[in-house]
Every structure is written in structure tokens, then in C-alpha cells.
Design a protein around this ligand. Structure first.
Ligand SMILES: Nc1ncnc2c1ncn2[C@@H]1O[C@H](COP(=O)(O)OP(=O)(O)O)[C@@H](O)[C@H]1O
Ligand SMILES: [Mg+2]
Length: 253
């Protein structure tokens, strides 16, 4: 396991080109994630959140700015991090177990060893009875958990999660949030999480970066000082409501 003490994005500006069109997407974005922190990027749809994660993973090279992982510059160079894109991207022709084993097989583990490792992890993800199911036979929540399991098996303690629960119904989503916090607490990963849900961001995070509408700029950096472990009762607390108002204002301005 590579120990990553910090992810740092410094002054990231980014532009997309399609034909003649030039689309500025990120404007001088800076953020950091310390070891073991749960940090969230919160912003409206189209503000450049997915672009931030792709840049952090080294899949996109920004026009300006630097990405540092564990103190080393990695700008524009794909990194072995636990990146989970916005769609779950399970292969429909592979079973859950085969899908989950992919990062281990890519890292040259033997098939038997990879499957053994997946099987050991299945109960943690509540998937022990579904190893041989195909994605179409799983519920939305199970597919998300399978994609997260696969992301966790990447040998990196930095996870970049792009709206992993956006397509789920409200109840499943709330259960998945608690479950993610539990996994995060157990495995001590550093997480950079993306969402456009204020409640989800506050509930999960140690710190939140609000990004303005495109081109995304840093609009607010806010620590969340709610006790952990978190339970749904904090949603009704006065502190939660105070934070919520802060974010409503930041997103409206
Ligand atoms: N590969 C691309 N080429 C051109 N435009 C893109 C590309 N990817 C995203 N965009 C545009 O950039 C903007 C920001 O996209 P994205 O980072 O996906 O935002 P978010 O994740 O916050 O919804 C959007 O307007 C989107 O349409
Ligand atoms: Mg996105």
C-alpha cells in the first residue's frame, strides 16, 4: 500500500475545447486532503467537479497549476489512486467477483489470489451472497457497493469518489452514506468526495470546498466540526442547520 500523506491541488485552471469553442472550466482552484481526511467538493452541476477529480487523478493536464500527491508533483500523469468515476462502469459481461478483482489482476495478482481477496471483502460490503451475479441482476445500491469495493482494492490509500450515490433513491443513499463512513473509519483512507448535495456533504465531511458555477472557482472552504461517529440524529441538530445555511448562502452568491 502506498502511503499518501497529502493530496494538494494548487492554482488549477482548465479549459475544454470542442471544435472552435473554448470552454473555461476551472479557474485557479486550490484544495488539499490530509492523511485520513474526508474532504468534499460541493458545487452545482456543470461547475467542474468531475474535472477536478480527473485532474487530481492525473487523467487531465490543467492549463495552469500543480497537483502534488505525497509531496511529489504528479500533474497530468495518471496515478494509481482509487478513482471512482461518476458512472459505476461495471462490465456487464463479468460477474461481481470478476469485476471487483480487476484492479488486483491489473496489478499482476494471480486469479486465485485475487478472487480470495475479493471474497474476503464481500461481507464488509454486504455482497457475500452475490459474488457470481452479473451487474444487471444487482440493485443500484449493490452496483455502487461493488464499484466501491473494486475502488477499495486499488492499492492506494487515496480515494477520489465522484458522486457515487447520485443515482440512488433517498433511503438507499442515506444507508450508503453511513456504510461509506463505516468503511472509511475502518480502512483509514483519505477521501476526496464530490457531490452537489449540501446535506450529504455536511454529513460526511471533515472539510468542504464550495465551487462556484463554471468556470469553477474556490467560493468557500469550511471545516465541519461535528462529532464522529456520525449518526442521522445530527441532521436535526442546530449545528447542522447552521452549516446548511452557510452553504446555501455560498451556493447562492
Ligand atoms: N471532455 C469534455 N469536452 C468538452 N466539455 C466538457 C468535457 N467534459 C466536461 N465538459 C464541460 O465542462 C463543464 C464542467 O464539467 P464537469 O467537470 O463534468 O462538471 P460537474 O462534474 O461539476 O458537473 C460542463 O459544462 C461540461 O459540459
Ligand atoms: Mg460531475
Amino acid at each position: 500500500m502506498r502511503l499518501i500523506d497529502k493530496l494538494l491541488l494548487e492554482g488549477i485552471s482548465s479549459t475544454y475545447f470542442s471544435g472552435e469553442q473554448r470552454l473555461p472550466v476551472l479557474d485557479n482552484i486550490s484544495l488539499h486532503v490530509q492523511a485520513g481526511e474526508f474532504v468534499t467538493v460541493l458545487g452545482p452541476s456543470g461547475s467542474g467537479k468531475s474535472t477536478i477529480l480527473k485532474t487530481a487523478a492525473g487523467l487531465l493536464k490543467p492549463d495552469r497549476g500543480r497537483v502534488l500527491i505525497g509531496g511529489h508533483e504528479t500533474t497530468g500523469t495518471p496515478q494509481l489512486v482509487g478513482y471512482m468515476p461518476q458512472q459505476d462502469l461495471l462490465f456487464p459481461w463479468k460477474t461481481l467477483k470478476q469485476n471487483a478483482a480487476l484492479p488486483l489482476l491489473a496489478a499482476k495478482s494471480g486469479t486465485g489470489e485475487a478472487y480470495a481477496r475479493v471474497e474476503e471483502m464481500l461481507p464488509v460490503f454486504g455482497l457475500e451472497s452475490f459474488a457470481d451475479y452479473y451487474p444487471f441482476q444487482l440493485s443500484g445500491g449493490m452496483r455502487q457497493r461493488a464499484a466501491l469495493l473494486r475502488t477499495m482494492l486499488i492499492e492506494s490509500n487515496l480515494m477520489l469518489l465522484d458522486e457515487p450515490f447520485a443515482s440512488l433513491d433517498a433511503l438507499t443513499r442515506e444507508n450508503m452514506q453511513d456504510w461509506l463512513l463505516d468503511i472509511w473509519g475502518r480502512f483509514k483512507r483519505s477521501v476526496l468526495f464530490v457531490t452537489h448535495s449540501i446535506d450529504e456533504a455536511i454529513y460526511l465531511s471533515d472539510r468542504i470546498y464550495v465551487i462556484s458555477e463554471r468556470p469553477g472557482k474556490n467560493a468557500l472552504e469550511q471545516d465541519i466540526e461535528l462529532p464522529r461517529p456520525r449518526t442521522k440524529s445530527i441532521l436535526a441538530s442546530r449545528n447542522f442547520a447552521t452549516y446548511k445555511q452557510v452553504f446555501i448562502n455560498a451556493l447562492a452568491s
